[in-house]
Design a protein around this ligand. Structure first.
Ligand SMILES: [Zn+2]
Length: 143
């Protein structure tokens, strides 16, 4: 697997009780990518053949709590996730990018993270009742 590294800054870890801040600080886990703002690593409990996370080094507990200052950082999470995905052959036919916000979305770690999942044909979660109908003019992610 490839590994990008840029010059590191002093740790921006702000919450010593946060598991993702610990990963940022100790750089443990299967790290895929790192720069001054973000860190990407494989999920230790993968939900698909490929499942990695992209997190900001800055501790932000929930997406709903981002500020205007964080908007570039949110975009960077998507950009980095996509850039990594382009280099993983198992994702060439598609993948899902998702962020959970809060208890009802089953957010497990309260440090925002973009999940990139793929490597198989993904289905919609069962709770999504009205899956889009396939037609000649629309495409569906449910295949
Ligand atoms: Zn954190």
């Amino acid at each position: 697997m490839f590994l990008f590294k840029e010059k590191k800054q002093a740790s921006q870890c702000q919450n010593e009780n946060c598991v993702f801040c610990k990963i940022v600080k100790k750089r443990c886990g299967r790290i895929i990518y790192e720069d001054n703002d973000v860190l990407a690593f494989y999920n230790i409990h993968p939900q698909a053949p490929v499942h990695f996370l992209v997190i900001p080094k800055k501790h932000i507990d929930m997406v709903q709590n981002v500020t205007t200052k964080d908007s570039k950082l949110l975009g960077k999470l998507m950009y980095v996730g996509t850039m990594i995905a382009k280099n993983i052959p198992e994702l060439k036919n598609g993948y899902r990018l998702l962020m959970n916000n809060g208890e009802n979305a089953r957010q497990e770690v309260y440090h925002i993270h973009l999940q990139v999942v793929g490597g198989t044909k993904l289905i919609y979660p069962k709770h999504i009742k009205n899956q889009p109908k396939r037609s000649s003019t629309t495409s569906s992610l449910s295949e």
